[in-house]
Structure formats: C-alpha cells, structure tokens
Ligand binder design. Structure first.
Ligand SMILES: *Cc1c(COP(=O)(O)O)cnc(C)c1O
Length: 382
C-alpha cells in the first residue's frame, strides 16, 4: 500500500543523549569512588552503541563493556579510545582483531586463553586479558574446576609478556533482589577467586561485580568499578524499589498515516477482533510487529496521539495498527505524532507498561524496535 510505504520512513526511535548523560551522572553518584563502565552491548540496548558510548564517556563514564569482539572493534573503528571489555567469546572468535584494537578480552575457559595467547604471539602484541569468574550464575565465566589451570597458564603468559592481566569480574544472578542471600554467596566466592589469583602472583588492576541493580541498591558491592547497562538507558532495574531519578532515553514513535471514519458494526483489522460499538474515528499508525510492536499487544495497548492515550483496536499487523480517536474532538490529522512508548513525561505509555502487558522486562521492549525503524538522536555532544 503506497500510503504506508511512504510513512514507514517516519517510524523511528528518538534517543535522548542528554538523558543518557543524566543517567550516567546518577550512576556515578551511586558508585562513589568506583569507576563506571557503561555496557553498550546489543548496539547499546538498541539505542546506538557509538552514540551512547560517546555521550556516556563525555558524562564521566570511564570504560565500555560489550558482548562480542565485533561490537568492541566497531567502537574502536568509530574512534573511541576508552578501555573496552568484551566477555562472550567463542573458541574461534577473531582474537587477533581484538588484540590489534587493544580490546580487553574476557576469558571464560583455558581454551580461550590459549587462543588469545596464540593471537598475541602471531601479532607480536600483548593481549589485554580479564578473567570472568563464575561465582554462581552458571552461565559464562571460568568454572571453579578449571580456575587453577587458567591461573597457572595466565601466570606463565604474564611472565612471558604475552598478556597484560587487567581485571577479575563476575556477574550476579539475583541483583534485582538486593537482599537475596545468593548475592552475598556470590560476593564471597568472588573475593575467594581474587585471593586465589593472588596466590598465583596475579594481582588484578581492578575488580568489578555490580550491574545496574547492584550499583543502585548494593553500594557495598561497587568494588573498583560498576558495570551498569539498563540504568544508563533510564530504565530502573528494580521497578518495585524505585526510579532513582533515571530518565528513559528511548521514544518509539510514528506518524499518523490516515484518519478515517468507522461506522457502528464495522470490524477493524484482521479477524475483526474489534467491532465498532458506535460510529467512531480511527487513526492508522504505520508500525507493526515487523517494526517491533509485539502482536500480542493487540487490543490491549494504548498509543499517545495529540495529548492523550488512545486504545489500540483490533490486531497489530505486520506494518500497521489502528487506534480509536472516538469523536476526534482533538482534531487529530494525518502527520500527527503517535508515541508508542516514551519516558512517560507527557502521559504516554512507557517501556515498562509494555513489559507489564507482555509479561516480560523492559530490557526486551527497548530491544524490539528494528528493521524499518529509523533512529534519531536528540541532545548530546556530537
Ligand atoms: C548485560 C551485562 C551487564 C549490565 O546489566 P544491566 O542489568 O543491564 O545493568 C553487566 N555485566 C554483564 C557481564 C552483562 O552481561
């Protein structure tokens, strides 16, 4: 349909870089003397890794964290010189690319350390290595059973000047429940892992454990650095505990593509799951599940148009959805902004509202906009 093809260019996320900078300030205040590593994995939680990284560093973040070497190298290629750690690597990962770009490599197994050392030797350049220890999340990280072997191997590589040993870190399983005893068990195991490394003569330059939730609720776990992700984007990791003055950075919006009348008794959208009980006016929003509007939100979500929330009627389709304007006394016209979710300051739905409806977390909601959705930045130091 020509109409929706034209307006799909206006389906966008707007990322507020001033909000990012503000949130980094909030996190720095909670971190106390600890440095802040801002996590920009998954393209900055779908906010744009490079732009978020620049804004966060300008606001006083010290380091960056990502998942893959590819993500790390992309930040370097954009001219970012801050330390970058990547922590989820497969055995045939491009370690040479990481070493060449001075990327700090998180090690989870003896095999990974061997592969990193081989890349460093081949390049004639020291690899920067950080140990990710598994203290109970049982996901990635060095298994306690092979930890002594990793330490012995690392000791040799440090002595041979093949590797610079930078840090030890771990990740919490229950950080969103600040009083869960598992957190303290993980802290004890973490301290033990650091002590064991020292027995091998391996003194880390720094150690870190806290994600967003721990940064905000467990200042005793700040160690030398905190590692927040979601809070940088303005979303509280502990909605039941507080908002911590965080400002959501992402607004997901489109333009009203069409305004039309629907007569009483007419069904709207596929399957006619909604039948107009009375004559009404509807607005067509050119965003659908291909753009990251979850189909299961159909008939349940609201969209902010011209100053208020409007109920979605009928199914969310691949490219479009319909909202009810009633008698359209607000005079909504084609081209008006339709906010799917945003910070909530105008009364629009927030990512948290979508998460509540979907039975998921806002992390997944902000990762959803994709494909045709353009990204635009507001504010910041670009
Ligand atoms: C994603 C991630 C973080 C950030 O977690 P948030 O809950 O978003 O603050 C920190 N550390 C590691 C290892 C991660 O994978």
């Amino acid at each position: 349909m020509a109409v929706s093809a034209d307006v799909n260019g206006q389906v966008e996320t707007v990322v507020d870089l001033e909000a990012i900078a503000h949130n980094v300030g909030v996190l720095r205040a909670h971190a106390g003397d600890a440095a802040v590593m801002v996590v920009v994995k998954a393209d900055g939680y779908n906010h744009g890794a490079v732009e978020v990284a620049r804004a966060a560093l300008a606001a006083g973040a010290a380091e960056l964290g990502v998942t893959t070497i590819e993500e790390a190298v992309e930040l370097r290629a954009a001219g970012i010189e801050a330390p970058i750690l990547c922590w989820l690597n497969v055995c045939d990962a491009d370690y040479a690319a990481a070493v060449a770009a001075d990327i700090e490599i998180g090690i989870s197994s003896p095999e990974q350390l061997v592969a990193v050392a081989a890349a460093a030797r081949e390049l004639g350049r020291r690899a920067i290595v950080t140990l990710k220890v598994d203290t109970g999340l049982n996901r990635n990280g060095v298994d306690p059973l092979v930890y002594p072997r990793v330490l012995a191997d690392l000791r040799k590589l440090v002595d041979e000047d093949i590797v610079r040993f930078r840090a030890i870190f771990s990740h919490l399983a229950h950080a969103d429940e600040p009083y869960n005893p598992v957190i303290d068990r993980q802290r004890d195991r973490f301290l033990e892992a650091i002590a064991t490394a020292k027995e091998y003569g391996l003194e880390p330059e720094l150690v870190h454990l806290a994600n967003s939730a721990a940064t905000l609720t467990r200042p005793d776990l700040a160690f030398d650095m905190v590692r927040p992700g979601i809070a940088v984007y303005g979303l509280t990791p502990v909605p039941d505990i507080g908002e911590f003055d965080l400002r959501p950075a992402m607004t997901f919006q489109a333009e009203v593509a069409l305004v039309k009348e629907v007569a009483a008794g007419e069904g709207v959208s596929y399957g006619h799951e909604w039948i107009a009980p009375a004559d009404t006016t509807v607005a067509l929003i050119p965003a659908g599940y291909a753009d990251g509007v979850f189909r299961t939100l159909g008939n349940r979500m609201e969209v902010w148009v011209a100053g208020r929330r409007r109920p979605n009627r009928g199914r969310v389709c691949m490219d479009q959805l319909v909202v009810d304007l009633g008698d359209n006394s607000d005079g909504v016209v084609e081209g008006d902004a339709a906010i799917l979710f945003g910070p909530g300051t105008r009364g629009e739905p927030r990512a948290q509202d979508w998460a509540d409806l979907l039975g998921t977390i806002h992390y997944e909601v902000v990762c959803a906009p994709r494909g045709r959705v353009h990204r635009r930045y507001r504010g910041g130091t670009r």
